[in-house]
Design a protein. Sequence first.
Length: 187
Amino acid sequence: MNYTDEEYIREIKQNNESAVKSLYKIYFPMVRNFILKNNGSEQEAKDIYQESFIIFYNNIIENRFSPGASIKTYLYSICRRQWLSQLKEKKLQVSGIEDFESFMIIDDNEEAELKIKENCLQRMEASLEKLGEPCRSILTDYYFKKLTMQEIAGNYGYTDALNAKTQKYKCLQRLKRIFFEKKIITV
């Protein structure tokens, strides 16, 4: 059975197990997609979601959930924060998502801004796919894996770090052109 956010909160406080299970199932796909798109595995998505759902559940029980806040955005922000913390521990921080780390509670006015940022992330992923190799790998190695220019030069057969830096710059310019094209369609 689907409830409104207020009904879910009431049912969770009354320890309604079927409401908790229902809510748990509703938002997992959203979190799984986020984690899979940001250097995560299916198992990591399950683990992060479970940890985050426990935090969410405890916040409701302890009356730390703001009335009027959206369950979807609140739970999603907890999951994002948990995943970003795990990425930092692994030193796989994803640039472009760092600014979401400060979100814990997102009210309805901020939900539109979140959707805009998520759309930009989707456009960036589509742009990276369209960019092709070796540019995609060079930018991924530099920005996501945090490899040095010397390491990139060695991996891609450039004579030195300066040549690798020049190539990275050209790839970044190409990515910007692709990103700002109007033709990219996101789902």
